[in-house]
Design a protein around this ligand. Structure first.
Ligand code: FA5
Length: 342
């Protein structure tokens, strides 16, 4: 019985590999689990097995059945996610929510979330700064303790221009100029569009928004950082959200952290938006590295500070329950205009 079950399992896995749509999946399910399917055949054979072997043989069949069911379930989810991606690509997914008769313009959801964040930080004494999208290597990398050939550059696949300048890969590129503009003490946030040559999927775009924040003064500590992060998130969501802080490496902070938010789309159960992990990387942060302070003309012996790089586009996904980041750059007004009243 065990050999037969193993052979069936292998055959099932081979066939599953070739399934690309729901119809084929259903046919496979019927072939294996249906009334006249292979599993039913094995069950029929069980009747001929001697009473001593029956229990073991029964367990073998049950295990096979459970494994087949689990794989079918995974494949169903995988196909559903792929179908969803296709629909988003064709900009059809939000058609039901078309605002019939709606003719007025509306703000882009990322603009809405950006303004909400700006308001929250303004109320806590932060200034709002603007910064160019085309920057130079010094500001994007070197001033952030990332010299030429540093491996951290590999994490941000960069678009270089023929002038030697580049498209800002992160809002941290503004840190140096803002430190030089204000010196210490300073409290500033600076939202901006970022560009990376990314493989695009449900949570990665090649053009997305971040909002950087910095607070520098005498005696700024990690508790200040955590306080501001928590205040911001509870203000934005208007309810308790589950976050986790784990160590993260960025050459411009020490110590550095990754602040993840529990996926609000699936409630942490796992879905395509959070890559089935239940968590979404939202806001790396940390204490500004003394070398970076010094580059910005601020004495690291006298001052300390924190910085964070909030993923604004991902935050908009969580806030508005958008499953696929691609919708934001889709120019699909039917989809994008529905956030007008949030
Ligand atoms: C940075 O960009 C650092 N500059 C952040 C930082 C600032 C760290 C200050 C410490 C201190 P990272 O590459 O992880 O880190 O991006 C930050 C956030 O931007 C991510 O958590 C995510 O929310 C968002 N993000 C990054 N890449 C993408 C992408 N391709 N598409 C959408 N959002 C992205």
């Amino acid at each position: 019985m065990k050999e037969k079950a193993d052979a069936l399992w292998k055959e099932f896995l081979d066939k599953l590999e070739e399934v690309y749509d729901r119809e084929a999946l259903e046919n496979l399910r019927i072939a294996f689990l249906g009334k006249k399917g292979f599993l039913a055949g094995l069950m029929a054979e069980l009747r001929q097995v001697s009473p001593e072997e029956k229990k073991t043989a029964g367990m073998v069949i049950n295990t096979l059945k459970e494994n087949v069911q689990e794989k079918l379930k995974d494949k169903t989810e995988e196909l559903a996610a792929a179908l969803y991606d296709r629909q988003v690509g064709e900009a059809r997914v939000y058609e039901e929510s078309l605002l019939i008769g709606h003719r007025g313009g509306s703000y882009h959801p990322v603009t809405l979330i950006q303004r909400t964040c700006e308001e929250i930080f303004r109320s806590m004494g932060f200034t709002i700064e603007d910064y160019p999208e085309i920057v130079d290597d010094f500001h994007c990398f070197q001033a952030l303790n990332i010299p030429e050939f540093h491996p951290a550059r590999d994490m941000q696949d960069t678009y270089y221009l023929s002038t030697g300048q580049l498209l800002k890969t992160h809002t941290s590129a503004a840190q140096n100029s803002i430190m030089r503009k204000y010196g210490s003490p300073l409290r500033a946030v600076f939202p901006g569009r970022c560009f990376r040559n990314e493989a695009i999927d449900a949570s990665h775009e090649n053009t997305f928004f971040q909002m950087e924040g910095m607070m520098i003064d005498k005696d700024i500590s990690i508790s200040n950082l955590i306080y501001f992060m928590k205040t911001m998130l509870s203000e934005i969501f208007g309810r308790a959200v589950t976050v986790r802080l784990r160590p993260g490496f960025f050459p411009f902070v020490e110590p550095g952290f990754e602040l993840d938010i529990q996926c609000l789309i699936c409630g942490g159960a796992g879905c395509s938006s959070c890559k089935h992990s239940g968590w979404l990387e939202l806001c790396p942060c940390g204490m500004i590295h003394p070398t970076v302070l010094a580059y910005g003309g601020i004495d690291p012996e006298e001052n300390s500070g924190f910085a964070f790089g909030l993923g604004l586009t991902r935050l908009a996904m969580m806030k508005y329950g958008v499953r696929d980041i691609r919708i934001f750059n889709s120019c699909n007004l039917k989809a994008l205009s529905q956030f007008v009243n949030h």
